[in-house]
Design a protein around this ligand. Structure first.
Ligand code: PRX
Length: 635
């Protein structure tokens, strides 16, 4: 396992340099040493960012579940693979061993087959954070079906858009879900969505809450009786390296969400390698990532990365505030968690409660702390470092994206000296570039610009589902021969990277990636609304929150604005989900526009941020007079 655990900074640089100079040799060695292949590759890498076309390990044959489960059975059969901690702390935790996971995944895979699912079919998984979610994902991978997990906090409209975009044949869901003190009628949301999803043939329902639900004859089936009948042997479908493994939707700056397609071999190799090194995971460690599996973080670092390493991965159903704000710390203490990976928004919310909640518990098991999803501010970083890590556990601030599949910039714990708010150094094999607006790479240190990646890495998304043109336009057309991330970044005097935030119209709220277009569409559906524009503004807990500027069809709208605000937020909850709710809604007579009619969000953003000293030249606007009014009435 020579190059699978980086031990000191010198070694990092040595391995990094090798991975850049000889990327093919480097990844070939990793792939040869650590995975189970049914057939080895003919070619390690072929790529062309102009097309764009990227292939890793072409010609190889494998099944990712054999790597995540089967091959561990001999030595780790009795080891806990998934440690399930339910929402209710009084409900016992479940330790699912690798052997049990093997049997449950195989049974589920046989159920999928018996219900008509074949290799290449798309299966939508809309299940809360319970073991069946992980099992459904792995069962799809077992038979070569492409899973499309939709976060179980999304609304019926968001769900149906995603189901239809990828032509899913089946939905796997549960009767309901628990989130803190709330019970959510998940099946009801699915029923509503499916009224507009003609392609769905079957719905499998996990029993979780025991709520009252309706089952549609011929379409809906309880999962358990089918599992009871199923065999616990299901041969793994042998997949090509570049066969799609899953689709996962992410917001774009315009239009509908993008179905990012991740393929099998490269994704497996890179998520496994990065998991082991970025978290310095050791055998018998207990690792916990608090993300929801509905996001990429959960795919790569609750399921595939940890399981490919034979790790114990915690799956937590609940929320940090239930039954009180000590829940995370209680779980760390209870399960003796060694690596803890969460989001800055959670850290800020917990920090607000003071350190007493943390001090009640023994957190001495913690070795490594992680942060992901948005920039971590200095205050949150120090609170995390002082109170959770007790100044002895390195914080890895990991920068990456749904599109990158896995961690791209991060310190290696105990190896890279950390620096608050800096994601520090590129991970092995990653070649970042900072470019100016003209697309010129800014070499050397102490530069700031837009973050691009110059060379392919194994876990990059290969396309947008059935929309390769959009993939090319979004990521490979802004700068020639580079993948454009959409983020701004700077490189400091020692070469450390700091992510400065999105440079497009994507807004990161509580670590969730939200595009402005679908939210504005939802607002504009309100019969009283003429037009709207969304921007982000700084928020204590969420990092960034949403501010909407809305013009009404009838400026003298007689209804009081408070009611309209509620109705607009209700529409957003229905169309997207509560995560996209607006914190501020300002009604205005007009929105600043260019002469070609484009809304000038830059100006609105400055007003929302209360930074109006330098609005730039507004005289060229179509309607400069509206800016003063908006400023005067800003919330
Ligand atoms: O803006 C960056 C921010 O989250 C975006 C990606 O969001 P998503 O695809 O939902 O994936 C989130 C989980 C990997 C990025 O373009 N982001 C993510 N991690 C960081 C970050 N910004 C700053 N620092 C980070 N560590």
């Amino acid at each position: 396992m020579s190059n699978y655990h980086i031990k000191h900074l010198e070694e990092y640089y040595q391995i990094y340099r090798k991975s850049i100079r000889e990327p093919e040799n480097f990844w070939e060695e990793v792939a040869e040493e650590h995975f189970l292949w049914r057939k080895k590759w003919d070619k390690v890498l072929s790529w062309d960012f102009a097309k764009p076309e990227i292939k890793w390990f072409e010609g190889a044959k494998l099944n990712i579940t054999e790597n995540c489960i089967d091959r561990h059975l001999v030595t780790r059969g009795e080891k806990t693979a998934i440690l399930f901690e339910p929402n209710n702390p009084d409900e016992p935790a479940q330790h699912i061993t690798y052997q049990q996971l093997f049997e449950r995944v195989n049974k589920m895979a046989n159920v999928l087959k018996s219900q008509g699912i074949k290799k290449g079919d798309r299966v939508c998984i809309y299940v809360p954070m319970i073991p069946e979610l992980a099992i459904a994902i792995l069962a799809c991978a077992r038979i070569g079906a492409i899973h499309s997990v939709v976060f179980a906090g999304f609304s019926a409209t968001a769900l149906l858009t995603r189901i239809n975009d990828s032509d899913c044949k089946m939905v796997i869901t549960s009767d309901g879900s628990y989130r803190g003190a709330k019970t959510i009628d998940l099946k009801g949301i699915v029923d509503e969505a499916l009224e507009s999803c003609p392609g769905i043939e079957k719905v499998l329902v996990v029993k979780r809450t025991g709520g009252n639900i309706t089952m549609k004859e011929g379409r809906d089936m309880w999962l358990q009786p089918l599992l009871d009948e199923a065999s616990k042997q299901c041969p793994a479908e042998i997949m090509d390296a570049e066969d799609p493994l899953f689709i996962l939707y992410t917001s774009g700056s315009t239009g509908q969400p993008k179905g990012m397609v991740h393929t099998t071999a490269g994704y497996m190799v890179y998520t496994a390698y990065s998991f082991k090194n970025a978290f310095q995971y050791r055998e018998n460690d207990v690792y916990w990532c608090t993300a929801d599996i509905g996001w990429i973080t959960g795919h790569s670092y609750i399921i595939y990365g940890p399981l490919a390493n034979g790790a114990t991965t915690v799956l937590f159903e609940g929320v940090p505030s239930y039954p009180d704000f000590g829940r995370f710390w209680e779980i760390i203490d209870k399960h003796k968690v060694n690596q803890f990976y969460t989001a800055p928004t959670a850290i800020r919310a917990l920090a607000k409660q003071g350190s007493e909640m943390v001090e009640k518990f023994d957190l001495s098991s913690i070795k490594v702390l992680g942060s992901v999803g948005e920039p971590i501010n200095e205050e949150a970083w120090h609170w995390y470092n002082d109170n959770v890590g007790k100044k002895k556990s390195p914080i890895i601030d990991t920068w990456w994206q749904t599109e990158t599949g896995a961690i791209m910039i991060t310190p290696i714990p105990f190896v890279t000296p950390t620096k608050p708010t800096y994601a520090t150094l590129p991970f092995i094999g990653v070649q970042p570039a900072i470019v100016n607006e003209a697309g010129e790479e800014l070499k050397g240190n102490q530069v700031e610009g837009r973050l691009c990646i110059k060379f392919p890495w194994p876990s990059m998304a290969r396309t947008i589902w059935r929309n390769h043109k959009r993939y090319k336009e979004t990521y490979f057309s802004t700068y020639k021969n580079m993948y454009f991330t959409g983020d701004g970044a700077l490189r400091d005097e020692v070469g450390y990277y700091r992510i400065t935030g999105r440079v497009d119209d994507v807004i990161i709220v509580s670590g969730h990636n939200l595009g402005t277009a679908p939210i504005e569409d939802a607002i504009n559906e309100h019969p009283a609304v003429a037009e709207s524009a969304i921007v982000g503004f700084p928020h204590d807990i969420k990092g960034t929150a949403l501010y909407a500027f809305v013009t009404l069809k009838d400026a003298g709208e007689s209804r009081i604005h408070e009611n309209l605000r509620k109705e607009i937020n209700q529409l957003i909850t229905e169309r997207i989900g509560p995560i996209a709710k607006l914190d501020k809604i300002q009604f205005t007579a007009g929105l600043p526009k260019t002469r070609s009619g484009k809304i000038m969000r830059r100006i609105l953003r400055k007003i929302a941020e209360k930074d109006t000293s330098n609005l730039g030249d507004i005289s060229t606007l179509l309607n400069p007079e509206c800016v003063k009014e908006i400023m005067d009435e800003a919330l």
